[in-house]
Write a protein that binds this ligand. Structure first.
Ligand code: PEP
Ligand code: MG
Length: 566
């Protein structure tokens, strides 16, 4: 078995077509007629751009706008005056067009590859694709036609480039294996968009697998089984059938309301980390954003984002969500979330230390600029503010005071915002659970962060394998916390949601329905599954399950019981 990373769900079983590398070798030569060589280079670029537009149109039809834009990005890169200018400078210095293109592209590829950052490394793959395309045109190399691949083909390539993807016929290609690529590479995005099971970063795939061989691609795990025996083929065919059946079933829930079997409706939101993730939330049929983790805007950079930068990001998320609710959590740093340029002191016990709302309330300028950015964005949609790691009513009051100060500043400057913006609490500490009755009187909503709530209630660090047996939201103590938070919220008539991972857990869902949760916020791929799981339960059935569970004394017993009934 070969092992890579699974980037596009599904099982593909088929016959291998290896896309051999075409030779793009050339002999560098010194040219004398610079004008003629420049014209030859520019013609090649024009032809490359024309081909790319054609390929992008094909992708737009088969897959969608976003995927086409990836290819159209190639035109922007090669038409970039800096890159084009550098290539032309080399030609003007008497290098042939092939050498000039190769050399400058290589410089960019090396530069992007060296960053170690997934997104920037993707750029390297784009430039490689551009270089190969233009060199191919200059050298008159015929392109291999993936579009000729017969039905039941598993494509094996060194690197799956966006231009290759343009030729893929969804009905013929049942799997993709590549030697390079990551979860976030363009090849992964395209494979997912085409809904073709794919394993990337499979070492030596093009040499370890032979053409025409039968292979199984496990796009969930990234495994590749070469020449599998009949029992394996049977096993994976059954898996594929079950997966496709579930996928079809889930698709029927797209566009439907989220409701339990009695018809009681729930809000089903998504967790996002960047404004772009909002697109994933929309594509997944999310009904809003229940948690926008803003720390990602502060990471991967050397200084704080400005108020304007933040405003643009929050506004963009809200616009993408087309006015659906977007709950923006203020900066939640510290613990496992580091931002080096803030220069936070190393602490003995960072999870209990100077972090999240505690840090923000002591760094008022930074905090106010974030709140102002959120308020300004609230003029463009249904935006709500949420404070993380609240442990005392005073913290909520101090945060709300700052919101009022920020409102007054904006008003004085004549800047629009939502006067009635909701300010909620992320209930994720043991303290917030215990004082949920007090917090509920002053918060506009609660969202239960079970990832932290479990850790803080059980005093168990989920990263510590010695105590991980304690880290479970099904512990009687955590369930009591969750129940209490929901009941306290409901008693004051505020909405209570859950944005921790437990919200998507099939075993947890009947309990949450029974306790009275009204909003679930989950990762985009979980949306339809959660809608399906909520629809399974009537309130009476959920209540019966909850009654049994709340009488049980151990996590093991609770887990075994819930797993036996879902
Ligand atoms: C949580 O704590 O449950 C949560 C959703 O927030 P995060 O995982 O970002 O800490
Ligand atoms: Mg948390």
């Amino acid at each position: 078995m070969l092992k890579g990373i699974g980037v596009s769900d599904g099982i593909g079983i088929g016959r291998v077509m290896i896309l051999a590398e075409q030779s793009l070798d050339y002999t560098p030569k010194e040219i004398t007629d610079v004008d003629a060589e420049l014209a030859r280079y520019r013609d090649a670029v024009d032809k490359f751009c024309d081909n790319t537009v054609e390929q992008a149109n094909a992708i737009r039809q088969s897959t969608g706008d976003k995927e086409a834009e990836i290819l159209e990005g190639h035109i922007a890169i090669i038409r970039d005056p800096f890159m084009g200018g550098e290539i032309e400078n080399l030609i003007k210095a008497n290098q042939c067009a092939e050498a000039a293109v190769d050399q400058i592209c290589k410089m960019f590829i090396d530069m992007f590859s060296a960053t170690g950052d997934d997104l920037t490394m993707q750029r390297a793959a784009d430039v490689r694709d551009i270089r190969d395309g233009i060199l191919g045109i200059l050298l008159g190399v015929q392109e291999v036609k993936i579009s000729d691949a017969p039905a039941g083909t598993v494509l094996v390539v060194k690197e799956l480039t966006p231009s290759m993807t343009a030729g893929i016929k969804k009905e013929n290609i049942v799997g993709i294996i590549a030697e390079t690529g990551s979860q976030t590479s363009h090849s992964a995005i395209l494979a997912r968009a085409l809904e073709i099971p794919a394993a990337l970063s499979v070492p030596n795939a093009t040499t370890a697998i032979s053409s025409q061989e039968i292979v199984i691609v496990d796009g969930f795990k990234g495994n590749v089984l070469v020449a599998p025996d009949p029992s394996k083929i049977e096993e994976f065919t059954a898996k594929r059938t079950a997966y496709l059946r579930e996928k079809r079933e889930l698709e029927t829930l797209r566009g439907k309301v989220t409701a339990d079997a009695d018809g009681n409706e729930y809000e089903l939101f998504c967790n996002i980390g960047t404004p772009k993730d909002a697109t994933k939330a929309m594509d997944a049929d999310g009904e809003g954003v229940g948690l926008f983790r803003t720390e990602f805007l502060f990471m991967d950079r050397n200084q704080l984002p400005t108020e304007d930068e933040q405003f643009e990001a929050y506004k963009q998320a809200s616009l993408i969500m087309k006015g659906k609710p977007v709950i923006i959590r203020t900066l939640d740093i510290g613990g496992d979330k580091e931002i080096p340029y803030l220069g936070l002191a190393k602490e003995e016990n960072p999870f209990m230390g100077f972090r999240a709302i505690r840090y923000c309330l002591k760094n008022r300028d930074m905090f106010k600029s974030q709140i102002k950015a959120i308020l300004r964005a609230s003029a463009f949609g249904d935006i709500r503010i949420m404070f993380p790691l609240i442990t005392a009513v005073d913290e909520l009051r101090a945060g709300k005071e700052l919101v009022e100060e920020a409102k007054a500043d904006l008003k004085a400057s004549g800047i629009a915002f939502d006067e009635n913006i909701q300010v909620g609490v992320m209930t994720e500490t043991a303290a917030s659970g215990v004082i949920a009755d007090l917090l509920a009187k002053e918060a506009d909503f609660f969202s239960i962060g079970t990832n932290d709530l479990t850790g803080y209630t059980m005093a168990a660090d989920r990263g510590n394998s010695d105590v991980s047996y304690l880290y479970s939201p099904l512990q009687p103590s955590v369930l009591r916390m969750i129940k209490r938070i929901i009941e306290c919220g409901r008693a004051e008539g505020i909405s209570v949601g859950m944005c921790g991972e437990a919200a998507a857990s099939p075993t947890m869902i009947p309990l949450l329905i029974s306790f009275g949760l009204t909003e679930f916020s989950v990762s985009a791929p979980s949306v339809l599954k959660v809608r399906k799981n909520i629809a399974k339960w009537t309130k009476a059935e959920a209540d019966a399950v909850a009654e049994k569970v709340m009488a049980m004394t151990s996590e093991a017993e609770i887990k075994a019981y819930l797993e036996s009934i879902v």
